[in-house]
Design a protein around this ligand. Structure first.
Ligand SMILES: *[C@@H]1O[C@H](CO)[C@@H](O)[C@H](O)[C@H]1NC(C)=O
Ligand SMILES: *[C@@H]1O[C@H](CO)[C@@H](O)[C@H](O)[C@H]1NC(C)=O
Ligand SMILES: *[C@@H]1O[C@H](CO)[C@@H](O)[C@H](O)[C@H]1NC(C)=O
Ligand SMILES: *[C@@H]1O[C@H](CO)[C@@H](O)[C@H](O)[C@H]1NC(C)=O
Ligand SMILES: *[C@@H]1O[C@H](CO)[C@@H](O)[C@H](O)[C@H]1NC(C)=O
Ligand SMILES: *[C@@H]1O[C@H](CO)[C@@H](O)[C@H](O)[C@H]1NC(C)=O
Ligand SMILES: *[C@@H]1O[C@H](CO)[C@@H](O)[C@H](O)[C@H]1NC(C)=O
Ligand SMILES: *[C@@H]1O[C@H](CO)[C@@H](O)[C@H](O)[C@H]1NC(C)=O
Length: 426
């Protein structure tokens, strides 16, 4: 039987067998059994302790934690695990270390790594610090995906190591590493390794391949390691030295009312608000201190800026990811373009509520959308967005997300802004 066979094998590593001899092995099991009996431990949990690979995979991501003698050889995209005795294993399998599973070209292009129980190659360098291997490919260029697919999973996977973990990054985008460097440095005290360019064999005694993920733009506290999105937001506040944990009251002493600050996230490219200035003007007359701004790419500056607001409003899109930096109890108003209800709720609505933000939605009607007039009156595009969705994500996204501008009905929007004002100033 070879180690290449992709089947379950109950095997004893070749080295250990030779070293131990069958007598020693028998003695070991008698001792293990005796210890278990004395301390009333279940026998199988003792076996688990020597299990070299733990599988934490779920529907969102594949994650393996390996212990023992782990050697990574980038040139052959292989992670070698020295076979140890008495473990139930699959001898070889592959993994794409990116926390989103989807049949989609960008995700399919993520570098694939092979994990192999095999005679290990010689080490070029040995590390005593554990390592984590992950990809900064696929959708990492999108701000929302950078957080939900990489940064939150990285926090979930690595926070517990208190900085004592080495990052092995595959599909390296140097700009990605520099853009999020402040966060990366807070999670790891060591230089990032560009594993794709590494020719040598690097050896570790503990390695995690892939990043843990359990919720869209959020964290499920019921799942190990039991962090919450509140913990993550606290981590970001410390990382970027953000001042406000919660919004300040509108009423000051002697009845003076502070004007609540409202940020309107501007989008210049697709999906923009054509009467943005009209919206801002109305909000000002209602008592808000309004700033209309397109967000830049310097995360430190953006984080500080966003943290100073009580209300953030914007069209469905990556800009809303900045809610992560808002103080608690702030209001998020998502302008939901025609047809994008489900995506809006999944990606931003539910996460906002989890973050202890007050979430309001303004659903764009067809008469406020540039889609009106583009298709025949009785088109399915107007009647049944769900039917378009069922026919495939690409067509759906192209129709509703790429080709839609909105011109908000100020009379109808007013009620939503009144509600927001009451929430932050009552
Ligand atoms: C890891 O667990 C997942 C989910 O339970 C399973 O689909 C996968 O086959 C497992 N991987 C290995 C190598 O056993
Ligand atoms: C690996 O190391 C052993 C012992 O140091 C040596 O004999 C062997 O030649 C090395 N193999 C390779 C491929 O370098
Ligand atoms: C990423 O790649 C760039 C060049 O392409 C290199 O300068 C940089 O050091 C790499 N960084 C990491 C962390 O892999
Ligand atoms: C990488 O692998 C290729 C072929 O697979 C080989 O030609 C090359 O020498 C290897 N490079 C190193 C540094 O091992
Ligand atoms: C959009 O705002 C403009 C002012 O910028 C206003 O004249 C127009 O009536 C608004 N559109 C709607 C549909 O209310
Ligand atoms: C972001 O801006 C700050 C302050 O101007 C600056 O110190 C920092 O280098 C910038 N970061 C990046 C990644 O450009
Ligand atoms: C647009 O449609 C909404 C709901 O369908 C309706 O309440 C509103 O009055 C309409 N506005 C205009 C300007 O026709
Ligand atoms: C489509 O709507 C326009 C304007 O509302 C109307 O003039 C036209 O007759 C309608 N066409 C059909 C086929 O219903």
């Amino acid at each position: 039987m070879t180690y290449e066979d992709s089947i379950f094998v109950r095997s004893f590593g070749q080295h250990e067998l030779k070293k131990l001899g069958s007598g020693a092995l028998l003695l070991f099991f008698i001792m293990a059994f005796t210890i278990c009996t004395i301390f009333k431990l279940p026998v199988y949990s003792q076996v688990d302790l020597v299990k070299p690979v733990h599988n934490f995979s779920n529907s969102r991501s594949d994650v393996y934690e390996m212990n023992g003698d782990i050697r990574i050889h980038s040139n052959s995209s292989t992670i070698f695990v020295a076979p140890s005795f008495h473990v139930e294993i699959i001898s070889s399998w592959t993994i794409k270390p990116y926390a989103r599973k989807q049949k989609e070209t960008k995700i399919e292009r993520v570098r694939e790594w092979k994990v192999k129980y095999h005679q290990v190659p010689n080490c070029s360098r040995r590390f005593t610090i554990p390592a984590v291997l992950f990809s900064t490919g696929a959708y990492s260029g999108n701000y929302f995906h950078a957080f939900t697919d990489i940064i939150i999973p990285l926090y979930l996977t690595c926070r517990q190591f208190n900085g004592k973990i080495i990052f092995l990054i595959t599909d390296n985008y140097s700009w990605w590493v520099s853009k999020y460097n402040v966060i990366l440095e807070k999670l790891s005290k060591y230089d990032v390794v560009d594993i794709d360019k590494e020719n040598e064999v690097l050896c570790f005694s503990r390695m995690i391949v892939g990043l843990k993920s359990n919720k869209e733009f959020g964290i499920d506290p019921r799942v190990s390691p039991h962090y919450s999105i509140k913990d993550f937001r606290q981590f970001l506040r410390i990382t970027y030295s953000l001042e406000k944990e919660t919004i300040s009251p509108c009423h000051k002493k002697f009845g003076i009312i502070r004007r609540p600050r409202m940020l309107i996230i501007s989008r210049r490219k697709k999906r923009h608000l054509t009467n943005e200035s009209g919206v801002a003007k109305m909000a000002r007359t209602m008592g808000f201190d309004v700033v209309v701004k397109e967000m830049g790419s310097n995360v430190s500056l953006v984080a500080h800026f966003v943290n100073s607001f009580d209300v953030m409003m914007g069209l469905h899109g990556a800009g809303l990811t900045n809610m992560i930096f808002l103080p608690e109890n702030a209001v998020v108003i998502q302008i939901v373009p025609f047809g994008l209800d489900v995506a809006s709720d999944t990606y931003f609505g539910l996460p906002a509520r989890d973050m202890k933000l007050r979430y309001l939605e303004y659903k764009v009607s067809l008469n406020e959308s540039s889609l009106l007039g583009k298709y025949p009156n009785d088109s399915e595009v107007y009647r049944d967005p769900h039917a378009i969705h069922k026919r495939g994500w690409a067509a759906f996204y192209f129709t509703y997300a790429f080709n839609q501008e909105v011109n908000l009905d100020l009379g109808r929007l007013r009620a939503t802004l009144v509600h927001a004002f009451e929430l932050v100033c009552s």
